[in-house]
Design a protein around this ligand. Structure first.
Ligand code: S3P
Length: 167
């Protein structure tokens, strides 16, 4: 079975759902944001603040390229990972891409719970969420092999739905 690569906007449940899928399939769960933090010794927020988004994307690209060489992985990518075409293509070679979506209102509610999203730091509001979603919509769908809407189901149900698709 290929790696399972979870893509999608912030707050769609990639990490929480990824952990459940990995446990059920006996795969290893990896979170690319967490790996970037380990490699750089900085938090995602610090990288954005000190070095900017371009630097974050190149760190993200490197981490994802490395993960593309692994197998039996469930990979939760960051919401903007689809902007890194080089590593996305590398992951595609041995990866099944599941796009997680949620209604903008649900996303806003979820991302407002934690203060860890630098791209929304200037304004955690529906307009900013919708603008960023619109910018990325095409790329998300370009890479997706399957799409799951997580707005109205809990983590376990979303995980079950994905497992049914990939098995
Ligand atoms: C980002 C999403 C974040 C993180 C960084 C940038 C984005 O990941 O990678 O803050 O560009 O959408 P999550 O989707 O896990 O919040």
């Amino acid at each position: 079975m290929p790696n399972i690569v979870l893509i999608g906007f912030m707050g769609t449940g990639k990490s929480a759902i990824g952990r459940v899928i990995a446990r059920a399939l006996n795969f290893k769960f990896v979170d690319s944001d967490q790996m970037i933090e380990e490699v750089t010794g900085l938090t995602v927020n610090q990288i954005f603040r000190k070095h900017g988004e371009i630097r974050f994307r190149s760190e993200e690209d490197l981490v994802l390229e490395k993960l593309a060489k692994g197998d039996h992985l469930v990979i939760a990518t960051g919401g903007g990972a689809i902007l890194n075409h080089k590593s996305m293509e590398a992951l595609k070679k041995n990866g099944y891409f599941v796009l997680l979506t949620a209604d903008p209102e649900v996303i806003l509610e979820r991302v407002s719970r934690k203060n860890t999203r630098p791209l929304l730091a200037k304004g955690r509001n529906l307009e900013n969420v919708n603008n960023l979603l619109a910018e990325r919509e095409e790329s998300y769908h370009y890479y997706a092999d399957a799409t799951i809407d997580t707005s109205r189901q809990d983590i376990e149900d979303s995980a079950r739905q994905i497992i049914r698709i990939v098995k």
